[in-house]
Design a binder for this molecule. Structure first.
Ligand code: OAD
Ligand code: ZN
Length: 246
């Protein structure tokens, strides 16, 4: 079966790099983007230039974020997160590349420095001008005063979740480190991503081009199934559950 083949590939690999998307967190209660009921089936994304240009867009972005707060706050790592943390603890996985913003890889036991966040993190905020970090309760308190998104107390520019929006520059350090990992690994695991958003979706391709084996685990077809050495079109928690260590 696919799981048995995956077990053999994991056993034979010296350097395994996982690359995750929103599908790994759905069993934790966090919706993905493109499945039925996904976030982009309910709301149009707010692009970075809209956020910068419009106070209404900023207020809407923060309304959406606060509406999700109970979901993010309650979420615990799932079987997929825990299986990957087991590979990390076993020394097989130096670091993980993720498109996710939910902090669940860190919560599962990865050191903060070993989680390469391509699309940032939604559990805190940053000024888009000077980069100063703010915690969400600080933003919420100001938002609740008058319904307006707050500006930075240092430079007066807007404060945004520390995520990457469409049209916003990718984080350079994360892109550089993800490139190195994709080039160095001998097994690349693309898990729970539709692989449609670039440049993130370039990493499975890059790993494959550099000689790694590519495994795709996703319950629906992805853009890159044709490239993969193994496609497991099945539930992530069920597929990776057997790899959760003690
Ligand atoms: P998507 O919503 O595009 O894809 C998630 C994939 O996971 C879908 O193909 C689902 O079918 C699959 N899936 C969901 N639950 C699953 C489960 N339990 N088992 C197996 N498969 C499951 O999410 P991403 O690919 O992560 O970026 O989206 C990429 C980027 O698009 C996000 O990082 C975000 C979004 O716009 C930005 O906003 C910049
Ligand atoms: Zn600032």
């Amino acid at each position: 079966s696919g799981v048995e083949q995956l077990g053999n590939m994991i056993a034979e690999a010296a350097c395994i790099v996982p690359f995750t998307g929103a599908g790994i967190s759905t069993e934790c209660g966090i919706p993905d983007f493109r499945s039925p009921g996904g976030l982009w089936t309910r709301n149009r994304p707010i692009a970075f230039d809209e956020f910068v240009a419009s106070a209404d867009a900023r207020a809407e972005a923060w309304r959406r974020r606060f509406a999700m707060e109970a979901t993010f706050a309650a979420a615990k790592p799932g079987r997929g997160h825990r299986a990957l943390a087991s590979l990390y603890k076993a020394g097989k996985t130096p670091a993980i590349i993720t498109q996710n913003i939910d902090n669940l890889h860190q919560a599962s036991g990865f050191r903060v420095d070993d989680v390469i966040e391509l699309h940032g993190n939604t559990t805190y905020a940053r000024c888009i001008g000077c980069g100063h970090a703010y915690d969400l309760p600080w933003v919420k308190a100001r938002f609740d005063e008058d319904g307006n998104a707050p500006d930075c107390t240092i430079c007066d520019e807007p404060v945004k979740t520390a995520t990457i929006s469409f049209g916003q520059a990718m984080p350079e350090d994360a892109m550089r480190r993800a490139t190195e990992l994709a080039q160095q690994c001998d097994l690349f695991l693309a898990i729970g991503s539709s692989l449609v958003v670039w440049p993130a979706a370039g990493f499975p391709l890059m790993a494959k081009n550099c000689g790694a084996k590519l495994v795709i685990i996703n319950n629906e077809p992805t853009e890159q199934d044709d490239l993969a050495d193994l496609v497991i079109r099945h539930d992530i928690g069920e597929t990776l559950g057997p790899f959760v260590g003690n």
